[in-house]
Write a protein that binds this ligand. Structure first.
Ligand SMILES: Nc1ncnc2c1ncn2[C@@H]1O[C@H](COP(=O)(O)OP(=O)(O)OP(=O)(O)O)[C@@H](O)[C@H]1O
Length: 652
């Protein structure tokens, strides 16, 4: 009574110490449904996981899968054969007559035992070799499939926290465990064949012996499954915490944030945040270790009791004359062989079950990602005459309010269309919708009348993003971005972006590696990086080119030159330009002014100035700064008189 009480208390889960509210912090997600799934439901899931793993193995290498499976099954057949031959050996040895006679009579069966053991060993070795070859092939296939999906899902999936958590689980554990599941499936099959062989041998010796072996299976099986489940629950509970830990470790140990960490004295703050997450992780892991130990001890104890009962039953059968001594002797061997196969099987099932849960995450992520993958794009349009956003509304996943509401804009071939507005007004979001990177929740973006979601725009759109990626590649690769090299076009794009002197100054020129983390790597200034990013945009020769703040890091001369080139670049293509430098949009064919996700004004510079609205107000503020004027009266609401407007003002 007392034992059960103590054990029950060890197994019960005490509430985790909530250090600074981390256990319920916003980034920590729980999937209650998975955590509370019954053992029965999970056990029903195993065959599905095994089938999925074998399918993956088959696709990775059919030959190695067949060899691994067939080798193990055939080896099991030789186990039965060897045990039956052993029974004959014992029968001959326990028979009456002089000892040399009995040994001689046992020799043929002994030879058969030796042959069966040798063949079994050879088959297991061949199967083991096939299994070892299978592992890296399966892992590679699983990883390739994952990255095929992560690079295909729509951009909005990356703004979704649930998607991120699922991706992290699939990547960190699902992929390595896909190979483990395959390995354990084959090992479980080997163990099962071993147990079945021993059971079959016992059945052939005497049918009553058969159930005895299975009695020892129940407690160990229970303990294995329960322990695996505890481990998985801990992993799941820590999924979001681990993601935050990785993020914090990047902030503390990566080159990019290193300067700000020092400049802002963030060391103690970051270490403190890290300690909170690490404490939580440690608490959960210790809790699981404690409960796993209790489960294992209980399982071992019950297995010992069951083994005692089995040998007791065997002794009773022998004493009662139900089985002869030779059969009892072979039965002991068969039970021992069966038990060691059973122990291996339970261990394997334990690992299979545990890895299967993570592999289940991988499969679930693949399904989830497949639902987030856009339909295969249709044909690529031949050119572009008119691109139009028609009353588009778009909200980011989980965002309270839409970033764009009922926005309509039009860009025609040969035009430069500018999007202006204050921070957060929706310019970048609109540009991404125009490029077909996000899908609007209502309304449509049409490319010559066709919805962009039905078109393959990959070769027709060039986006020079505000937060462009600093690819850790060579200068050449940074500009070509996987396109074939055309030296003339490369030189023209680099010149147009004002990047020629950047390339010339780098040792190695186009072949210079732009990543200081590698030996011989270089880094560029913010403005130099921006020139490379602009060259990347020019190189693509797209029908639609989107420049999102292309000059934010450029010096005045480079900025002026770039806007001139952008205007020239519009010849034959459509340009969307996002910038806060309003002097540079004066020559745009049309300007759309956004405020809180809506287009509040549109027209040419002259029309918008005459309208005396938001655009004119922002323009005057900038112009006044360059003229050293005091800001126009009532800068927040009204604006200066028409005479004060910046038509004639020289703004760099
Ligand atoms: N990935 C995202 N997930 C959720 N909300 C976002 C995301 N990106 C932008 N937003 C929100 O959408 C709104 C519009 O952002 P957007 O980047 O389009 O503005 P913007 O006009 O380009 O601003 P800026 O001038 O500062 O570049 C903002 O309220 C912003 O907080």
């Amino acid at each position: 009574m007392r034992f059960w009480e103590i054990w029950r208390r060890i197994l019960s889960r005490p509430p985790l110490p909530d250090r600074s509210g981390l256990a319920v912090a916003y980034w920590q997600s729980h999937d209650e449904e998975l955590l509370t799934a019954s053992l029965g439901r999970i056990a029903r899931r195993l065959p599905f996981l095994v089938a999925a793993a074998l399918r993956l193995a088959w696709q990775a290498s059919a030959r190695d899968t067949v060899l691994a499976l067939a080798g193990n099954v055939l080896a099991g057949g030789f186990t039965v054969y060897g045990l039956l031959a052993t029974s004959d050996v014992l029968g001959s040895l326990f028979a009456g007559g002089p000892t040399p006679e009995r040994v001689r009579a046992a020799l043929p069966s002994l030879a058969l035992v030796a042959v069966a053991t040798g063949l079994r060993g050879a088959l297991l070795a061949a199967a083991g070799w096939a299994q070892a070859r299978l592992k890296p092939q399966v892992e590679r296939l699983a990883e390739t499939r994952l990255f095929e999906l992560t690079t295909r899902v729509d951009l909005a999936a990356f703004d979704d926290e649930d998607f991120h958590n699922a991706m992290r689980r699939a990547r960190d554990s699902g992929v390595p465990d896909s190979a483990t599941v395959v390995e354990m499936t084959i090992a479980a099959l080997t163990g099962a064949v071993g147990v079945l062989s021993a059971t079959a041998a016992l059945g052939l010796l005497h049918p009553l012996l058969m159930p005895l072996l299975l009695v020892t299976a129940a407690p160990a099986g229970w303990a294995a499954i329960r322990a695996a489940r505890l481990g998985y629950q801990a992993f799941h509970r820590l999924s979001a915490a681990r993601r935050r830990k990785f993020m914090l470790s990047d902030l503390m140990a990566e080159r990019l944030p290193a300067a700000e960490v020092r400049a802002f004295g963030l060391r103690d703050f970051l270490l403190g945040e890290y300690a909170k997450v690490a404490d939580l992780e440690q608490d959960v892991q210790l809790d699981v270790a404690r409960r796993r130990t209790a489960v294992k001890a209980g399982g071992d104890l019950l297995t010992g009791v069951a083994t005692l009962a089995v040998y007791g039953a065997l002794a009773a059968m022998l004493a009662g004359g139900v089985i002869p001594l030779a059969i009892a002797g072979t039965a002991v061997l068969a039970i021992r062989a069966g038990q060691s196969s059973l122990a291996a099987l339970v261990q394997t099932l334990n690992r299979l079950y545990e890895a299967g849960l993570y592999f289940g995450d991988y499969l679930a992520f693949r399904d989830l990602a497949a639902t987030r993958a856009p339909a295969p794009p249709g044909a690529a349009p031949q050119g572009l005459a008119r691109l139009e956003a028609d009353r588009v509304t778009f909200a980011y996943p989980g965002a309270g309010r839409p970033a764009l509401r009922e926005v309509s804009v039009t860009v025609r071939r040969g035009e430069v269309v500018a999007l202006v507005g204050e921070n957060g007004s929706g310019k970048t979001t609109l540009a991404k919708l125009l490029a077909g990177l996000y899908r609007p929740q209502s309304g449509a973006v049409r490319w010559d009348g066709h919805d962009v979601t039905d078109l393959d725009l990959r070769k027709l759109v060039s986006v020079i993003a505000q937060d462009h990626t600093r690819w850790p590649l060579t200068v050449r690769e940074n500009i070509l971005m996987g396109r074939p090299e055309d030296p003339d076009r490369l030189a023209a794009a680099v010149a147009a972006a004002g990047a020629a002197e950047v390339v010339a100054a780098l040792p190695g020129g186009y072949d210079a590696l732009l990543d200081r983390r590698f030996r011989g790597g270089h880094d560029l200034s913010g403005g130099q990086w921006q020139r490379i990013a602009v060259a990347r945009g020019f190189y693509r020769e797209a029908e639609l080119v989107i420049f999102d703040e292309p000059t934010s890091a450029l010096d005045a001369r480079a900025e002026h030159a770039l806007f001139e080139r952008i205007r020239r670049h519009a010849d034959g293509r459509a340009i969307v330009l996002i910038t806060h430098r309003l002097a540079s949009v004066r020559y745009a064919d049309r300007i759309y002014v956004l405020r809180e996700g809506r287009v509040v004004e549109q027209g040419t510079h002259a029309e918008l100035m005459a309208r005396a609205g938001l655009y004119a107000e922002l323009y005057d503020l900038q112009a006044a700064a360059y003229r050293h004027d005091p800001p126009p009266p009532d800068a927040a609401g009204g604006r200066a008189s028409g005479a004060e407007r910046g038509e004639g003002v020289v703004v760099p």
